[in-house]
Design a protein around this ligand. Structure first.
Ligand code: FAD
Length: 494
């Protein structure tokens, strides 16, 4: 007999609700704990998972496997080509290992919820108790609602209610105990499982050796790295977070998003430790830096609640259905220039090139490039949403969809449609000295002063031309007018 924990997007031993409960159950029953992880290439395809993200997850698994091994807990890993075969394969494994109890942490995307619902039924028929557990978010979807009992679709009241709920349920931030060691005999009994190697990435999700090396040095994987990064951020940066978080050159944010997405850090751990660093016991009191950062982590919860409540957003539908009639452009060349970072708008190009190198982009820049795509280029925001998922190391459906909905004004708590970022003003405000632009658009390195934000409009034309930097691909003022008109017509307000 055994108890099983099925890892998905919770790739850590520390403070893991499902794993902790599985370990307790195994101890209680006096049977070994077995862990498993399934690589599903079709899931990667369906979720548009980036190569960088697949690589990060697999590197995280290596760390996890070693840590579990120290406790004589095996991590069974395998690749199942066809998505539909995953449930039957894991059921077969449960039988083979004599599993009576199986735990996993819930993923709130619609396909995953459906799969788990079916698994609960099938397991029941086989006498296996299958328990999906809330872990991915601090406050589980469904536990807070507005005064009229509705799901929040605006962030500020959501956050207020979120804070109140956590204060009233302090156990939500309590750390889950790490798993206990298996009896030594488990190693002999499950020798084949201990010998399991972490699978390689499927061919179409495999990074080149050069990219792999670069990304591994930007983004070391595993929960120890996540904890170190969090500790450093809390010690060195969080206090000034509120003041400088919007400046992409300041390196002032936590850079924890890949870990929160892969689950090598729990949102709960992040909030608990941030709170402990605060002088106030309240999540919304004390240091402005700390409370602002906690409220950013709560945005992640917000978007997961939205997804769980309105699953149609997982199916390519705008949250605001009245925005479905906007006329978008489908201009491949314009889209290509956006992805390549050759729009002629330095702040946009810097941001898009940051993604190409780091598989990550600063939040302010995500908003700038998303607004540029949807409102200046009038390209369908779903093209940008897809490109982000396919290229970000922290790609997360709910946060990404939420961010695109915000920027294109089609989502929950969106920017009003008539708020259209002027890329030049954004650039001057958030990258005043041009340090970020010079870093990511090296051909503009030699351009001094304010001309960095708009070399062709501010007297640095010759230098820009010589360096091969393109002219702006559009006239922002005209495009702004076009966007206002298209949104008005789409909404039937013209
Ligand atoms: P910090 O500023 O240190 O914040 C801490 C954590 O809070 C983040 O790691 C993240 O988990 C969460 N967080 C912060 N801001 C947001 C936000 N606006 N929405 C949701 N969670 C937030 N975030 C992703 O994790 N995955 C995505 O695929 C993603 N796509 C986005 C697309 C667009 C168009 C926009 C505007 C935002 C997107 N975000 C996404 C949110 C945000 O940009 C990143 O979480 C943030 O830049 C990550 O950097 P950090 O870890 O240094 O953040």
């Amino acid at each position: 007999e055994s108890v099983v924990h099925w890892f998905k997007r919770d790739l850590r031993m520390f403070d893991n609700r499902g794993l902790s409960q599985a370990s307790e159950k195994a101890k209680e029953a006096g049977v070994p704990l077995i862990c498993m992880f399934v690589v599903s290439p079709q899931d990667y395809q369906a979720h548009l998972t980036s190569k960088a993200r697949v690589d990060f997850d697999l590197r995280t698994l290596e760390v996890l496997r070693a840590d579990l091994g120290e406790l004589d807990i095996p991590l069974y890993t395998t690749t199942i080509d066809k998505r539909k075969d995953v449930p039957s394969h894991i059921l077969q494994k449960f039988q083979e290992w004599g599993a009576k109890h199986v735990f996993c942490n819930i993923e709130y995307e619609v396909d995953e919820l459906r799969r788990e619902t079916k698994l609960i039924d099938t397991c029941l028929q086989q006498g296996v108790d299958f328990s999906p557990v809330h872990d991915d978010v601090v406050v589980a979807p469904g536990s807070i609602s507005s005064g009229t009992g509705k799901q929040y679709s605006v962030y500020s009241p959501f956050f207020k209610s979120w804070v109140k709920h956590v204060h009233e349920h302090p156990h939500l931030l309590v750390e889950s105990p790490a798993p206990s060691a298996n009896p030594e005999a488990a190693r002999k009994k499950f020798k084949a499982l201990f010998d399991c190697e972490i699978p390689s990435a499927p061919a179409n999700k495999s990074l080149s050796a050069e990219d792999r090396e670069r990304l591994a040095s930007f983004w070391p994987a595993g929960e120890h790295e996540a904890r170190d990064r969090l500790d450093r951020f809390l010690a060195e940066k969080i206090k000034s977070y509120q003041a400088v978080r919007n400046l992409p050159a300041a390196n002032s944010t936590s850079l924890l998003s890949p870990h929160l997405s892969a689950g090598s850090l729990a949102a709960r751990t992040a909030v608990r430790l941030a709170q402990q660093a605060n002088s106030s016991k309240r999540l919304d009191g004390g240091s402005a830096g700390i409370t602002t950062w906690i409220s950013e982590v709560a945005w992640r919860d917000f978007y997961k609640h939205v997804m769980a409540h309105w699953p149609y957003i997982c199916m390519g539908k705008a949250f605001k259905y009245e925005y479905s009639n906007i006329e978008w452009e489908y201009d491949d060349e314009a889209f290509r220039r956006w992805t390549e970072g050759t729009t002629g708008f330095p702040i946009v190009d810097a941001a898009m090139r940051q993604v190409k190198t780091m598989a990550w982009m600063h939040n302010r820049c995500r908003m700038i490039v998303a607004c540029f795509l949807a409102k200046d280029l009038m390209l369908d925001w779903r093209m940008g949403e897809k490109y982000f998922m396919e290229n970000l190391i922290d790609g997360d459906f709910a946060s990404n969809n939420g961010g695109w909905g915000f920027s294109a004004s089609t989502g929950v708590d969106p920017q009003p449609y008539f708020r259209i970022f002027n890329p030049l003003l954004q650039s001057e405000k958030f990258d005043e000295s041009g340090e970020y632009i010079r870093k990511w658009v090296p051909e503009l390195k030699g351009i001094e002063g304010k001309a960095i934000h708009d070399p062709y409009g501010r007297g640095a034309q010759k230098q820009a031309e010589k360096a091969g930097y393109p002219k702006p691909m559009l006239d922002h003022k005209k495009c702004r007018e076009r966007a206002l008109e298209r949104y008005k017509v789409g909404l039937g307000r013209s």
